[in-house]
Write a protein that binds this ligand. Structure first.
Ligand code: SAH
Length: 348
């Protein structure tokens, strides 16, 4: 059985054709799916014989809601979903006045090993397919009863470690025949896999590229990010410049502030030198502490001082608004606490 959400319209048309059906059925089926009709039997304009063929070959792989957490601090919701094979993923929906945003996962777990991140603790289980990425948005839209207009690929997983599926997802999510979300409303975040940044640049999409930099020197980066042993900051900056040249898009650098590791005034000055004259923007994130390590959150004064130094060097800087701190909304925290909870039960 194939998840029909993994097919784009061209592929579904081809399937119809090679199964003796009219190609226009593909568009009809896909219209139903994007109108949240997830049973072939409920697709009124599809003849019974076609419905049966579809049922024999496809399933509509929308995840099952396992648990939902709504932040008391604001209107942020975190969903834990079960995929068709029982694997768990999570995504976060943030409601803003200007529209709803979603943070989706791209892999079950992650193999990048960043020390501050809960998603990576159990390693990588598998890649998500493009349809599984898409269905996180579809299911969330159904749950909140509203459309979602902004998508960030910042949940569990490393998007550039699942490049092909992510590129297909970007095509369908953006397509008029898919979810029709504009490229400029999509942000893809990477820990800095240099060859993939360049490959991505060559597609010349209008999406936003975010780089999880988190340090101004390789030595400090290596403390929390194993990928820093493979690619240097200099190579990342080069790849970003290539991306900017190709797309004319501003790059976002994410910088998670860890107390006494990367949050000093000197760090801010070094970062300023590194990003000097680049078309970029820095997003400062005081880390969400997780139980599994000793990394501590920077005090507010250091965060503000860091921002001040960057801005005095003409680098546009924001401090990430924290949504859902009370619901374990940082990467992988909910799945992790669910798995841990289950283990405790098994042990009893
Ligand atoms: N693998 C991709 C996308 C997923 S992580 C990447 O590395 O960019 C999304 C962002 O959240 C990254 O910047 C990541 O470094 C950050 N992050 C992960 N755990 C965090 C934590 N505990 N506190 C703050 N930021 C965290």
């Amino acid at each position: 059985m194939i998840n029909i959400l993994d097919l784009n319209l061209v592929e579904l048309k081809q399937w119809m054709k090679s199964n003796g059906e009219s190609e226009f059925r593909a568009k009809q089926v896909s219209d139903w799916i994007y109108k949240d009709i997830w049973k072939f039997e409920n697709m009124n304009n599809i003849p019974q014989t076609v419905k049966e063929k579809l049922q024999d070959n496809f399933y509509i792989g929308v995840p099952e809601l396992i648990s939902e957490h709504t932040s008391k601090l604001n209107d942020t919701r975190k969903y834990l979903f079960a995929l068709n094979d029982g694997n768990l993923i999570e995504c976060v929906v943030m409601k803003y006045k200007h529209g709803n945003s979603i943070c989706i996962s791209t892999q079950v777990g992650c193999r990048m090993g960043c020390k501050f991140c809960a998603s990576t603790i159990g390693g990588m289980i598998r890649n998500l397919t493009s349809g599984e990425m898409l269905s996180q948005i579809m299911k969330s839209q159904q749950l909140i009863g509203e459309r979602i207009s902004n998508v960030v690929l910042m949940g569990s997983g490393e998007p550039f470690d699942n490049f092909e599926n992510v590129m297909k997802f970007l095509e369908v999510v953006n397509s008029e025949n898919g979810l029709n979300i504009g490229q400029r409303h999509i942000t893809i975040s990477t820990c800095g896999i240099v060859p993939k940044i360049k490959e991505f640049a060559d597609f010349q999409l209008q999406t936003t590229l975010a780089i999880s930099l988190h340090a101004a020197t390789d030595e400090i980066r290596m403390v929390s990010m194993p990928i820093a042993n493979k690619y240097s900051i200099a190579e990342i900056i080069d790849a970003c410049k290539y991306y900017i040249n190709k797309t004319n898009r501003r790059v976002t650098f994410e910088y998670a502030l860890v107390k006494d590791l990367n949050d000093s005034k000197r760090d801010a000055e070094k970062l300023s030198v590194l990003l000097n004259d680049m078309l970029c923007h820095v997003n400062l994130i005081p880390i969400n502490e997780i139980e599994e390590n000793e990394l501590k959150r920077s005090p507010n004064d250091s965060v503000n001082e860091f921002k001040r130094v960057l801005e005095s060097n003409n680098i546009q800087t924001t401090i990430r608004r924290e949504m859902g701190l009370d619901i374990n909304a940082a990467c992988g925290q909910l799945r992790r606490s669910h798995i841990k909870g289950n283990n405790v039960n098994e042990g009893v």
